[in-house]
Design a protein around this ligand. Sequence first.
Ligand SMILES: [Zn+2]
Length: 369
Amino acid sequence: MRHAVTALVVCLAMVACRQPETPPAETETMESFAEADYDHVDKIDMHAHIHAKDGRFVDRARRDRFRFVDIATYAADPDEMRMRHETVFGQLEAHPDRVLAVVSFPMQGWDDDGWAEKTIRYLDEAFDRGAAGVKVWKNIGMEFKDRNGDDVMIDDPRFDPVFAHLVERDVPVIGHLGEPRECWLPVEQMVIHKGYYSTHPEYHMYLHPEMPSYEDQLAARDGLLARNPKLRFAGAHLGSLEWSVDELAAFLDRFPRVIVETAARVPDLQYQSSRDRERVRNFMIEYQDRIAYGTDLGVEPTDPTEEAIAAARERWRSDWRYFATDGAVEVRQLDEPVQGLELPKAVVEKLYRLNAERFFGDGWRASPS
Ligand SMILES: [Zn+2]
């Protein structure tokens, strides 16, 4: 009983404390950033592939106040896979305060006994080396087959020990599973992703009707999340629900611990907001704790730093203009410029930094300078 009384007193005190003496003016809480604030706001690009062999790209991004989640994505070719991992660890070593390394695991030996144990050992070694997360890629579901020639999906029970281990260690997982819905359409019906599928027919699922459907891919991803409710999971590329903020909202409602990031799907949001700006803006505000900013920028070992940083900066500035201001934004795939969403400052800060920081815990070893 005494506990109950104490709890009630504490509770009343909290309620009392929560009342501000004068409520903040509407204009103050809804205040937005200016375009020039880009230079002053600390930001995180949660989806980058920086495979440069030196630290100059990340150095140059300091002026833009960007930190990175640098992702070594799966590659079927072991040499390519090794290069990606070595360069990502190289970036981490050069800039432990700026870069967070995310790794992938090989699929070789999937059909053999002990694949899961071997994979867990491989991942533990990567974590010992400083990796902060794991990425699973669309090769699961869209490329990799077992010895019977069957497609391996991400909710395959053979993955269970690996994901159980990641849950136990509370390791964040970024999942690029499935593809944009347009991937299952003929190129001439695509609006946003024409360029990619025209040059990557191997991943253009409209051309491969024998492969699992869009719905199959999302069902497998949802199956993974249902089997592992404690998995710390971020859906890359807006969780492959880039075409509808309503569908994306329903997904986020279904899996309340999951977040998504925007990599290479900002144009999909822009397309939707060109038709109904308020709908997209309201979604971004309502789900402000669940969306993190990412680009999918790539820097290859041979790319000149100045060109790479110029390309990244153009993307970053354009996206900032779209999310933070109400300025007109040119979108390559659309005929007309799109008006920016002018999200409130607090929402922009979550999108650009706080949600990624929360997702990765204290991953970045020091605060930015
Ligand atoms: Zn990527």
